[in-house]
Design a protein around this ligand. Structure first.
Ligand SMILES: Nc1ncnc2c1ncn2[C@@H]1O[C@H](COP(=O)(O)OP(=O)(O)OP(=O)(O)O)[C@@H](O)[C@H]1O
Length: 349
């Protein structure tokens, strides 16, 4: 079934809210059909549980094998109204997830996922109930970093997060076969992330860490708008290029009124595993300067070490070890916890 055929099949189904068919009413959107992958977003907003289940069955029959991302945030289907802007949509109730912290970077490859995973484990070690959602749909790395690659189970539309290192975690890699590349466009990717947040059986958490996709594009903006995190942590290397992109990430969160809780400099200094000599491969101290210039707390500098790379590849968080990188990550987690416990942020709970 190609994209046109998929669209035609969906256009044959009436919108249960009585406003045309699923395509003309916008209830089915984000249609993708490429190679072996096809899927779309199905909005169940405004429908009773019974009507939603009936519609889902009809859609599954009309588009067999398609991946259906369900959401319930549609503008009311009737009467026709101008489409709502994302910031006008009702926010889902995520209060059981505690304080949500988005760990972001403007640039890819700066070690954002490594930092996010280690912060999450360190916060769990400090006694908090922690969740970690890998929002990088195109390059999920949390399952590797934490050695949690099993398939997540689920029933009746709920998803059971995996448990590892004292926290709960979920990644698109826990939901899709390992060899299947995800090719969704922005809106679908953001909807999939929201679904993992809202349909995950996370229980009651103190902190939910979001490992954001790298960059400052539509997916990042849409997630930040919908989730409204209590704050963001920006990860950057000290390199000018990375810092310029980090500034873009700071600006993006400012645009959606999400406070930046701090900046972490990663790959700060290279520590030679043989002689212990220190070299500033990407420069040094740039993130601290940016923090000062932007009046953003500086949460710490994590060195570039062989031990951290090896621990990440082995799925063993560096915060378990006494190495320099592990120490720095534990200190950054403690500094983040302090920020979260400041009255301004604690009030977001
Ligand atoms: N401080 C460090 N010392 C040594 N290796 C590191 C360090 N930080 C990250 N790495 C390694 O760098 C690689 C990239 O890290 P990571 O996947 O965390 O980056 P990212 O910014 O999340 O990338 P993406 O662009 O996929 O979001 C990984 O192999 C990781 O183990």
């Amino acid at each position: 079934m190609n994209e046109d055929e998929l669209r035609a099949a969906l256009a044959k189904i009436d919108d249960p809210a009585g406003s045309g068919d699923l395509i003309s009413s916008g209830r089915a959107s984000g249609i993708v059909a490429r190679a072996e992958t096809r899927g779309f977003v199905l909005d169940l907003g405004g429908l009773s549980a019974e009507a939603a289940a009936k519609l889902k069955r009809a859609v599954e029959l009309a588009a067999p094998g398609a991946r259906i991302i369900t959401t319930s945030e549609a503008p009311p289907p009737k009467p026709p109204a101008p489409p709502r802007q994302p910031h006008e949509q009702p926010a889902p109730d995520l209060s059981h997830l505690g304080r949500i912290v988005a760990v972001a970077s403007g640039k890819g490859g700066v070690g954002k996922s490594t930092v996010a995973a280690n912060l999450a484990v360190a916060l769990a070690q400090s006694g908090l109930r922690v969740g970690l959602l890998d929002c990088d749909i195109y390059g999920p790395s949390v399952p590797t970093l934490l050695g949690a690659k099993a398939r997540a189970s689920g029933q009746q539309g709920r998803i059971e997060p995996l448990e590892a290192h004292g926290l709960k975690l979920l990644s698109i890699a826990n939901l899709t076969p390992p060899d299947q590349a995800v090719i969704w466009r922005g809106p679908m990717a953001a909807a999939a992330m929201m679904q993992m947040l809202t349909d995950g059986d996370w229980g009651t958490l103190d902190v939910m860490i979001l490992d954001m996709p790298p960059g400052t594009g539509d997916i990042q903006l849409s997630l930040a708008q919908k989730v409204k995190p209590a704050g963001a942590v920006i990860v950057s290397t000290p390199q000018d290029l990375a810092l310029i992109d980090a500034e873009k990430a700071i600006a993006m969160f400012a645009k959606v009124d999400v406070p930046v809780l701090g900046l972490i400099e990663n790959m700060s200094t290279f520590v030679c595993p043989h002689c212990g000599e220190r070299s500033d491969i990407f420069g040094h101290g740039g993130a601290k300067e940016t923090s000062a210039a932007r009046r953003i707390p500086f949460l710490g500098a994590v060195p570039l070490t062989m031990a951290l790379r090896a621990a990440s590849d082995a799925g063993t968080p560096a915060v378990y070890s006494d190495g320099e990188a592990g120490d720095a990550l534990r200190q950054a987690a403690a500094a983040l916890r302090e920020k979260l416990e400041e009255p301004d942020h604690a009030a977001d709970e």
